[in-house]
Design a protein around this ligand. Sequence first.
Ligand code: ADP
Length: 263
Amino acid sequence: MTPILELKHIDYSYHTPDGETKALSDISFCLTKGEFVSVVGPSGCGKSTLLSLIDGLMKPDKGTLLLNGSPLTENSDRIGYMLQHDHLFEWRSIYRNVLLGAEISRKLTPETKRRAKEMLEQYGLKQFARSRPSELSGGMRQRAALIRTLLLEPELLLLDEPFSALDYQTRLTVSDDIGQIIRRSGKTALLVTHDLSEAVSLADRVVILTRRPASVARILPISFDLEEDTPLARRNAPEFKTYFNEIWKELNRDEPTGPERTK
Ligand code: ADP
C-alpha cells in the first residue's frame, strides 16, 4: 500500500548572515492511510521546520516528500490543518465559519452546504449553527474548526499543538473529543506536540526526534489493549505510563542531570 505521506532522507538548514543552522538531518518516516502519528522532540529541534516542509512552504535541501506517491509541492492543497487557535471569525455564524474554507477554495456547492449541515448535526453543533463563535466553549469552537477542515476532505491532517491554548481540564476533554472525531472520519493525521501524554493518548506511533539538528531517534508503536480505545481511556490504562517513560527516557538520553521541557 502506498503511504499517504512519505518523508525520505530530509535535510534542511537555515542560512542567515550569522551563518548556517542545520535544523533537520536525514529525516525519514511515513504515514499509512488512517494512521495517527505524533511527533515529539526537544524545544528548538526542528518540529516547526518539519511542518513547514510538509506544508510546502519551504523546500528541503535534500530528500523527498511525497503525498500519495507524488511530490508534495504539486498537491499541498490536499492537506488540512488544525492549529492552536481556531481562527473562527466573530462576524460570521458558526455555519458560515464552517463554510469559509470551501468558500475560499471555490468549493462552495449545494453539496458542500448539505455536508456542512450534516456534520454540524453529527458533531452536536446543529443548535449553534446560527451562533457567533464567542457563544461557544473552547471545545465546541475547536470542533467547528475541525468541521471546517474536514469539509474540504483533506488527504492528510496536520495538527500543530492544537490544544495548547486550552486549560488543562478542557484540554483533556477536547483532545479526547477531537481525537475520536478524527478516528471516526478515517483521516490520516500528523500531530506535532510538546505534550508527551497527548502524543501517547492519540497516536498509533510516536516519532521521537533528537536535539537539533533533528533526526529520528526512535519510532515507537503504541497499542492499548482496551475495549474502547479512546484518548481518555488510554490515559487511565496501565501501559500509558510505560509509553510515557520510554519517550521521556529517549528525549533525555544525553541529559542525565534531570527533567527538561520538551518545547
Ligand atoms: P521547534 O519547532 O522544534 O521548536 P524550529 O523548527 O522552530 O524548532 O527551529 C529549529 C531550529 O531552527 C532552531 O534552532 C531555530 O532557532 C532555527 N530556526 C527556525 N527558524 C529559523 C529562521 N527563519 N532562520 C534561522 N533559523 C531558524
